[in-house]
Structures are given as structure tokens and as C-alpha cells.
Design a protein around this ligand. Sequence first.
Ligand SMILES: [Zn+2]
Length: 425
Amino acid sequence: MVNKERAGAGSAEEPTDQLALRRTNLTRTLRHIRTNGPRSRAAIAAATGLHKATVSSLVDELLARRLVREIGAEYSGGAGRPGRGIALSPEVGAVGIEINVDYLAVHGSDLTGRTVIEKRISFDAMHRDVERCLDDLTEAARRSLAELVRRGVTPVGLTVAVPGLVDVARGVVVLAPNLGWRDVPVAARLAHGLAPGLWIGVDNDANLAALAEYTWGVAAGTDDLVYLTGEVGVGGGVIVNGRLLRGADGFSGEVGHLPVEPGGDPCGCGRVGCWETKVGLAELVRRATPDAAYGLEDGPIPDPQERIAEISRRLAADDRAVADAVAEVGRWLGHGGAILVNLFNPRVIVLGGYFAELADHLIPSAQANLARLAVASTAARCHFVASHLGFTAAARGGAGVVVERMIEDPTAVSLTAPPRLAGVR
Ligand SMILES: [Zn+2]
């Protein structure tokens, strides 16, 4: 959303505060429709307190920008004179792509929140250098954007979710230990390979997943929530009082590197005894299925789904050693969970990634250890729950961030249609 073209918002002589006011009212109109569903112009005016002529003008601009559409049915919205309903448009949307050690996950959705693309692509960051990874990421982005277009949705932007520290303002991955990345200008690199004008953002995967959970997940609307992503690395996204906690530099949520065991095993970050050395997927695989541990293969590394499926099969067959290994990881999950509860007092800890898939086996020992270690007795009121969003939670959150930006400033969406994807094959 780089394009600052404006239309219907008045001439260049119009005072800036008038433009700001109009932008605010466009946003207000979009939010009202998103929250309440299709509404007539009269109903929007009655509910927002805006003048009817103003609402008509705002709706005209949103129609021109293809952010809303008129639906055939007359709809009163419970207030005002019945008229044609104004609904969010399914013609405009966004893409989120998560890059991880052993997969790419893609989510594409339109402004109404409808899922248009949901897929997972096997990937191997361990055996590729940064340039090759970025080439593959760019190609996956290009294909996904093109697929969205083929399905009748014009993407206005893309967010890349990365497991590491991200300078969101500059779109730079400062450090992603498990990818082996340091100071990688992901947004600039993708912008070079994609169509000009497309808004490209980069953010931490767990932060994006936490936003997705807060908006669409099993604990949606829970104002104090921690999301944990269980992959080879372990990340956290913390929602406090309904807002994502980013910290002074935007680097909060690196819970995988909480030091939990002095003198413990080496971690990808260069330290020892980090939480992810106890609960990361590599540690679970090492404990539960040592014959298939990470680092043993010469060829392409197996998709994590295959590793989890194998562990699930052994659990179903009552393999005692595997059950003990999973319970031990669960205890460590509760250990770190207690630290988070002591710090943030969340109501819910949502488990994503492989944690969600093995939740039935992890949660009992995790919950017991959390109750034992957390200092406040109300810790018992904080529960581990498994995410229902599956492997695309972070990607879904990434698409959601683009949509949120679009709603925050509808005047940044180009009126000319659909120009920004000319370079996409
Ligand atoms: Zn570490």
C-alpha cells in the first residue's frame, strides 16, 4: 500500500485535516460493516452518527476503490430507511507466507475474511544459503499472488512471517537463529522480485499467529493471551489487554530462549539451556524417535508432519518410551508456561505448531507442572489449549495485518484496477 493516490477525497487544495477526517470516516464505515455485516447507507448513518449525504459519499469512494460492493437484497440493518446493502468486497485481499526451517505455509484471504488459499510447501532452509531461500520465497510469493488473482481476488499486499527477531519498520530480519539468518532485508529483496506497488511486510511468526488467534482462534477475544509456536524453534506472541506486546525494539516474545537449564544443551542461538532445547520439535524427535533425529539425514529433511505422524503412530501403539518422552516435554512446557504466567498473567496459553497436534498428550503434564510452579494460585485459571488454526496461523495473521492496514487507510488502495500485479505470471 505504497500508492498514495487519492480520489473522491477532494482536491489538492483541501486542508489536510479534512483529508484526515475523511480517511477516519472511511475507516469507520468499513469497520462498522465488518463488525455488523451488510448495512444500508441509512443504517450506517444512523449507527455512526454521520450525515446521510456524507455516508453516501464515503460509500461511493469505497465502491470506487472496490473495498465494498452493493448486494441485491434490501437490508434495513434494524435502523433507518431500507436500501441496498453495502458489504465488504471479496475482490480485494492479501497473502501471508510463513517461512520456517522445514516448510513454507501460505494463506490467502479476501477482505471478508474468506480463506482463498491455504497450503503448505515442503522446504529445506537447513541445506540452502540465504540467497537461495529468498529466491524460493519470492517464487512462492509470486505463485501465491497469481493464484489469488486467478481466483478473482486482487492482492494489495503480502506479509512474510519469520521465526526470529524482525525490524518491522524496515522489513529486515535482524536474527533468525534456526534459519541461520542475520540482517536479511527480506522486504526489499521480495519487492525487487515482485510487482511494484505491492505492500510487503515482514513480522515475527509467533506475533502474527497470536494476532490470528486473538481474531479467529479458539480463544478469540481473550484479552490476555499467550500463543506458543512449537516448531524446531519455539516462539511466543503475547497479547496483553487486547494488544500485541512488542517491546521497545519490537523483539519481545523470544520465549524459546528463556534460560531454563543452566549448563544445559546448546541452542541454535549460541547459548545453552534455552527453553526450546527442552520443548522444541528437534528435542521431542530426539527423545521420542532417536532413530529419526534431526541432523542424521543426508538428503532432504522430512516434513515435520511426517515426524509428528510417526510419533502419533507410536503413541497410539502404546509405545511406553515415546509416551514418557512426550510427557517429559509436556513437563518442560509447563515449566516455561509457569514463567509466562508469572510475568503476564494470561488467561489462556494457546498451543500452536506441533504442540497443537500432540496437545492431548502434552497438556496433562504441562498443566500439572504449571499449577505446581506458578506463584499465584489463580494460575490454575490459566489453561493450555490447542490452536484450531493449524499450520497456517502465522500466515493467516500475516494476511490479516495487510487487511488491517487497508482498513486503517483505505485511501492507500489504488483506484486503478488491477495494475499492481502486472509483473505476476
Ligand atoms: Zn537459545
